[in-house]
Design a protein around this ligand. Structure first.
Ligand SMILES: O=C(O)CC1=CCC(=O)O1
Length: 96
């Protein structure tokens, strides 16, 4: 199942810089591991914002929830999830 996920990061202003850097490094490793597994298909920076839009390819809602709630930045994010399905006018065969 494909999901569009919009994540906006809101780190507290008083979070010590070293702590923030550690969380961000763990987030990167976590995200890159899921990309290698093919579960996190796309990640794009939203221009001008500390935010991304991503496409996840997971087996069900439960797996998506497990992945998102395991993000090191999860406590500092607003997340919006939109389930996706193939559009009847789509012509790419390798994209569903
Ligand atoms: O920087 C972000 O948008 C938050 C984030 C999600 C995965 C990652 O590596 O950073």
């Amino acid at each position: 199942m494909l999901f569009h996920v919009a994540m906006t990061v809101k780190l507290p202003r008083d979070l010590p810089a070293e702590e923030a850097a550690g969380i961000i490094a763990r987030e990167k490793a976590y995200a890159q591991d899921l990309q290698r597994q093919g579960k996190w298909r796309h990640i794009w920076r939203v221009a001008g914002q500390y935010a991304n839009v991503s496409i996840f390819d997971v087996s069900d809602n439960d797996e998506l929830h497990q992945i998102l709630s395991g993000l090191p930045l999860f406590p500092f994010m607003e997340i919006e999830v939109t389930p996706l399905l193939r559009h009847p006018s789509a012509i790419r065969e390798d994209d569903s």
